[in-house]
Design a protein around this ligand. Sequence first.
Ligand code: ADE
Length: 365
Amino acid sequence: MRIDIVTLFPEMFAGALDASIIGRARTSGALTIALHNPRDYTRDRHRVVDDYPFGGGPGMVMKPEPIFECVDAVRAMAEPAGRVVLLTPQGRTLDHGVVAELADAERLIIICGHYEGVDERVREHLADDEISIGDYVLSGGEPAAIVVVDAVARHQPGVLGSQESLAEESHAAGLLEYPQYTRPAAYRGMAVPEPLLSGHHARIARWRRRQSIERTARRRPDMIARASLTAAEQRLAAAAAPGAPPDDRAHLARVALPVHDIDAATVYYAALLGDAGERVAPGEHAFRCGGATLACVATDGDARRPAEVCFAVPDLRAAHERAKAAGSAWVEGRPRRRANGERAFGLRDPSGNRLCFIDEATLAP
Ligand code: ADE
């Protein structure tokens, strides 16, 4: 990709375009950047680029001729002609979608405005697009151009390593990133959250997803409203939203149904529910049914194996206290971690039905 930057202050870009990811992208050839000064396209002795506004008012306005002539010359320097982007606080606001759109272009010509603004004819007859990096006014478009170039460079093939692109994807998914930690595991009494040290990949992924959802719900309700979430995740987001009343109710998470032949059951339920489901373990096939899961579990020859209804709860200890007070018969008296990483306890109701309560933070996907 080629980016031409039209700026009255090329010196402002020194360093910013040479280091880190942009520098790497330029060295690798994934990105070509050229700076052009409209002052070099003036024809008068004083190389004047601004003038008083017609009709009066404060400040100066960038004259049209140096910008038009500069862009004409820049266009002729390479193929294709490129998309002309004017940086201005009046433009559409830069976000992930706009960055992806700009990054798709083979060539961008970015004009940095200055002073009180640019002559309106530049906006109307030269710019293809107008972009703002936020609702505040900078003294010029140069810092905005660095922001645009950085964000666009990250989208060029081969520019990011696989670890960096992961973070990119998490924003593309419409959620803020989860908290990151590195060594030491404890510093000045501040400990790294236990799931990250567990070495259990599924648990870590669950913890990160939950953190992303809760953080986005707290900080960016606008993003969470557009994010693609399961019913359980929507409940999580609603509970984390500012001002949400604490929700400590149990939610139906899973019904485990014993089946004699897991393959035959998979075919039957897939046809019945109109969904292929997912083989989550050799003897278990899960079908998502709204916010809960129907899990067909092989009986392994045990004809008396009962069905089990599983609830997810935000506070497993409180659920355990309630179960004790209700007079339950224990299957697993104390909460413990199961093979699938869930922290849970099991019991029977007075009719002998099997129930299980799972800490919702550890709920298997
Ligand atoms: N020029 C001045 N302010 C700007 C902003 N917020 N975004 C883009 N260009 C600008």
